[in-house]
Design a binder for this molecule. Structure first.
Ligand code: GLA
Length: 711
């Protein structure tokens, strides 16, 4: 790695078109630029220093890397806390700056009076993703109660439009946009998990930014506990993005010498819209040593096929039926353990229930393995039903605020379950041992690790413990991965309530949502994939009649939707018609043929002029091929729909474009398809990106998939 070169008083991190320029000249380090590459050499910042207006501090106000009142910051402070009310306002000054590798920097800020030391770490990865985190150390002799430590990044005044995401069960990752004005736009998550409404990123951009246009600055917090993300504009015009953990009262009290480290904040800048943001996240994620490298196997999950109706004969039939279709991983969902005949009992009793599985899981696993498939198993290790052996034996292992009341120590029930206090080492060990035993005694390649409730009052020994619980869950996953390095783990949380880079550091995919309704999935997957590449986003073909919404969709729409993720099935395919089975098998062949491209290429979403249409594609890194989907979310208002542009191709190359799968019979009513669709067409990447190709007037909630290959 090249050593860094810096001008006096400046640190300049540069990678893949992004610059971070940090001015440390006067001991108050501040980011003066996070955005496009400023080029090599010194950057003259003299002309950036502001004047002093009336009714203002007598010195220039500085938004330090940890914004602080002592330097005139009147917005949300980067650090808050006190020693019994004292040391409430630190004056942190740079005492040491250490450059690391090509693009790493640690700034040490200290305040001897408040007896605090804060390390601010930046690492600009090769692909331009910035990793930032801060660590505070209590260097004093008295405890320091920490209330807040966040990562704050400035954005320029032209970033006038904000974007964040929200959602609910079965409708996660819904975008919301607003004009940035003076004030603080806060997205807080107090679910004790990431949350169905978690924003994934807090972003600001130039007005009207889209997937392919505009400048965008976006920050994601890699954390699965309580969190807060904000866009803040102060009266002086300074605008910042800030993310951090939300701490409960008294939750983090640092004893002398102790430290607290923020979760990692991941920040991306793009001058090419949101696709450029995804590029940076995908490049970083795909470069991780833990990133899955094997072809993502076609999954069949039993949940919407059989729910709790576990019985060997049925499941063997389902497994055989799945194998015939080309399924490669068979996942047995909820219902296999002691007392778990429905969703009100059994959590915590992680023993195969002899009542439904008299010979254990082995006969099913053997059959699944003999059919050439991997076997996966559902677990929800963090939870306990009051109606379980575990809760009866260890009521003291339930996490809660330490009240005595109708729920014992626990909080309001949710799906008839409470949370295990994994901060308690005995509870942690019990769960570790049970998971370890299951994985040792059975030939299991995959765990669907679920977490099905909000955890709003987590407590250990009567003190708030969301932070410690989240860390304990991470430790549990980490330890199991060390013991069982070949077992893949999926992060599910009532669908997509735990989608973040903290959990993804120790899991191999997320379950984006409990809805398999293809229409809902179009939006959910599009926005989940803003940060998470498609190979890590589970996407299943559900039954024709959606269990979660009651909508009916044909198989073509369901399959084309699942194609742009980690493809699977969640449907009792035994009962499917021969025609449906043939079509599903063909979709699986198509997925297997294209998954190499779909799971490594660049994701492009088309800024399409018709709001009734959504289109996206994945383009191979070397520009040699692509797969695009054209999707009607509703009926178009146009008789002749707008052409579909295929952005991201090499303008100089010529490509053959054709239908990837046959059009569904129900896709059109009395409309003649554009002639080119019959046999495909050949055109330059420039032509395809600029003028596009004519599209038929599709009925609502249908899709077309196109393959594109360089001639
Ligand atoms: C949660 C998950 C589902 C399924 C059920 C089983 O709701 O999100 O996919 O596993 O639990 O109880």
């Amino acid at each position: 790695m090249a050593d860094q070169h810096h001008e006096p008083g400046q640190y300049h991190l540069r990678a893949a078109g992004t610059s971070i320029l940090i001015d440390v000249a006067d001991g108050d380090p501040r980011i003066v630029h996070w955005g496009s590459d400023l080029g090599a050499g010194p950057v003259d910042t003299a002309a950036l220093v502001n004047g002093i207006p009336n009714s203002m501090f007598d010195e220039t106000v500085v938004a330090s890397v940890i914004p602080q009142a002592a330097r005139g910051w009147r917005g949300t402070p980067g650090l808050r806390g006190s020693r019994d009310g004292r040391a409430f306002s630190a004056r942190l000054v740079l005492t040491e700056a250490t450059a690391r590798g090509a693009n790493g920097l640690t700034l040490r800020l200290t305040d001897p009076d408040a007896a605090l030391s804060v390390d601010v770490d930046y690492e600009l990865a090769d692909g331009g993703l910035l990793l930032a985190r801060s660590t505070v150390t209590n260097t004093g002799t008295q405890p320091y109660a920490l209330e807040r430590l966040s990562v704050t990044l400035p954005v320029p005044a032209r970033a006038q439009e904000g974007l964040d995401l929200t959602g609910r069960w079965a409708k996660e990752k819904q975008p919301q946009r607003h004009t940035i004005q003076q004030g603080t736009w806060t997205r807080a998550g107090r679910h004790g998990r990431t949350g169905h409404d978690s924003t994934l990123v807090i972003a600001a951009g130039t007005p009207g930014f889209g997937f392919g246009v505009g400048e965008v600055w976006a920050v994601h917090l890699g954390w699965s506990g309580n969190h807060e993300s904000l866009i803040e504009q102060l009266p002086d015009g300074e605008t910042v993005l800030a993310v951090g953990e939300l701490l409960e009262s008294g939750e983090i009290v640092l004893q002398p010498g102790e430290t607290y480290e923020t979760p990692t904040a991941y920040a991306a800048y793009s001058d090419a819209g949101l696709d450029g943001i995804s590029d940076r996240f995908y490049r970083w994620m795909r470069a991780r040593t833990s990133h899955p490298t094997t072809a993502r196997p076609v999954v069949l999950n039993t949940w919407e096929a059989v729910y709790f109706r576990h019985d060997l004969d049925t499941l063997v039939e389902l497994a055989d039926s799945a194998a015939e279709l080309g399924v490669e991983r068979f996942v047995l969902d909820d219902g296999w353990f002691l007392g778990r005949r429905k969703d009100d009992a059994g959590l915590g009793d992680w023993f195969v229930d002899p009542e439904v599985w008299p010979q254990g899981l082995t006969p099913l696993i053997d059959r699944v393995r003999a059919a050439g498939m991997q076997f996966g198993l559902w677990v929800e290790p963090e939870m306990v039903n009051p109606d379980s052996r575990l809760a009866r034996e260890h009521p003291e292992w339930i996490s809660g605020p330490g009240r005595s009341g109708p729920n014992g120590n626990g909080s309001m029930p949710w799906r008839r379950q409470q949370v295990l206090d994994l901060v308690n080492p005995d509870a942690w060990k019990y769960i570790y041992d049970r998971m370890h035993a299951l994985l040792t005694e059975n030939d299991i390649s995959y765990l669907k690790w679920d977490q099905n409730r909000d955890q709003v009052e987590l407590g250990h020994n009567g003190a708030a413990s969301t932070h410690a619980q989240t860390a304990a869950v991470y430790r549990l996953l980490d330890a199991l991965r060390v013991a069982h390095p070949d077992v893949e783990i999926e992060s599910c949380s009532s669908g997509g309530a735990r989608v973040d880079l903290g959990i993804l550091a120790r899991t191999d995919r997320v379950w984006a949502s409990d809805t398999n309704d293809a229409l809902e999935r179009q939006t959910i997957q599009r926005w989940t994939q803003l940060v998470v590449p498609p190979e890590l986003v589970g996407a299943h073909v559900g039954p024709g009649h959606s269990h979660s919404t009651g909508r009916t969709h044909d198989l073509s729409f369901r399959a084309i939707t699942a194609l742009f993720g980690h493809f699977g099935i969640e449907w009792d395919v035994r009962g499917a018609t021969d025609a449906d089975r043939a079509e599903l098998a063909a979709a699986i062949v198509f997925y297997k043929e294209h998954r190499g491209l779909l799971h490594s290429g660049r994701m492009v979403r088309v800024d399409h002029p018709d709001a009734a249409v959504q289109a996206h594609g994945v383009v191979a890194d070397d520009g040699s091929a692509a797969v695009f989907a054209y999707v009607t979310l509703a009926g178009s208002r146009f008789e002749l729909p707008a052409r579909l542009r295929l952005p991201g191709l090499d303008p100089a190359r010529r490509y053959r474009v054709q239908l990837g799968m046959p059009l569904a019979a129900s896709a059109m009513t009395g409309h003649v398809v554009p002639p080119w669709l019959q046999n495909g067409t050949v055109a330059s990447g420039r032509m395809l990106g600029e003028l596009g190709v004519a599209m038929p007037l599709l009925n609502p909630e249908h899709a077309i998939v196109l393959t594109v290959s360089a001639e």
